[in-house]
Write a protein that binds this ligand. Structure first.
Ligand SMILES: Nc1ncnc2c1ncn2[C@@H]1O[C@H](COP(=O)(O)OP(=O)(O)OP(=O)(O)O)[C@@H](O)[C@H]1O
Length: 249
């Protein structure tokens, strides 16, 4: 296996506070990797650093071997790393299919999405077919023509993953995908993530330990901005320090 994403000495300071400190991290190709840690551990800051939302104070981020520090978030998506946000970025007044078609167009025609929205979009059969494949892949075939505002919370989460898939990125970052979901919705989501993980690399931040322990191949535990432990779910479960600072809480 080779690292598709790697950080070296990654550090972010906010004034006097070091939110991420000297993090060396590797995400292997095709791996399903979860980042956990108590509130304020630096998980979101770490995500923002690798997706270009924040510039590190120190350190490097390599995507497929290329240093991406200083690149715009859009460029990083185009280079193959897409993020699904904790806060929904869906267009509520549009249908499931329209959201995916927009995401596909966005990936193809940066900056001119709206020019296409009500003109070419209806006539582009190829785009429609591609969008429908993604809609089905995220298990929303029956909801394809429903307005997003009418979807249950869990279905919206599937659609957010569909939007991330539409970028064509090989590496998906999921930010607390189970947040606000019922136990049954979380189970369904886990199944979907497992399925998508068969041909993508997935890195996710999550508080739901059932999801983390049930899905992850590798877990990285952050604490006070530093890597406290890393390993398989079994390794993490039995790590005394992790139990003390996090799992035992
Ligand atoms: N823009 C900012 N300015 C100042 N401090 C910040 C900023 N963003 C994050 N922090 C601080 O950095 C630390 C890490 O925050 P971060 O949101 O990355 O943690 P987290 O692990 O994602 O927490 P949670 O699980 O609650 O989402 C916290 O102490 C937070 O208050």
């Amino acid at each position: 296996m080779s690292a598709v994403l790697r950080t070296e000495g990654l550090t972010k300071e906010f004034g006097g506070l070091t939110a991420v400190e000297d993090v060396d991290f590797e995400l292997e190709e095709n791996e399903l990797h979860c980042i956990i840690g108590p509130n304020g551990a630096g998980k979101t800051t770490f995500f923002n650093l690798i997706t270009g939302g924040l510039e590190p104070t120190e350190g490097s981020v390599y995507l497929s071997g290329e240093d991406i520090v200083g690149k715009e978030p859009r460029e990083i998506v185009d280079q193959g790393l897409a993020r699904s946000f904790q806060i929904s970025q869906l267009f509520n007044g549009l249908t499931v299919m329209e959201n995916i078609r927009l995401a596909l167009l966005g990936a193809r025609e940066r900056g001119s999405i709206f020019k296409f929205l009500f003109s070419n979009i209806e006539s582009d059969e190829e785009l429609k077919a591609e969008a429908y494949d993604i809609v089905e892949r995220v298990r929303l075939g029956e909801e394809a023509d429903k307005e997003v505002s009418s979807l249950a919370h869990g279905k919206k989460r599937n659609l957010e993953i569909g939007v991330a898939l539409s970028t064509g990125a090989d590496v998906l970052l999921l930010d607390e995908p189970a947040a606000g979901l019922t136990t049954a919705e979380t189970e369904e989501l886990m199944d979907l993530i497992r399925e998508i993980g068969k041909d993508r690399t997935i890195l996710l931040v999550e508080h739901d330990m059932n999801l983390v322990m049930g899905l992850a191949e590798t877990i990285t535990v952050l604490h006070n901005g530093r890597v406290l432990a890393q390993g398989s779910p079994d390794t993490i479960r039995s790590d005394e320090t992790v139990k003390e600072v996090y799992l035992g809480e």
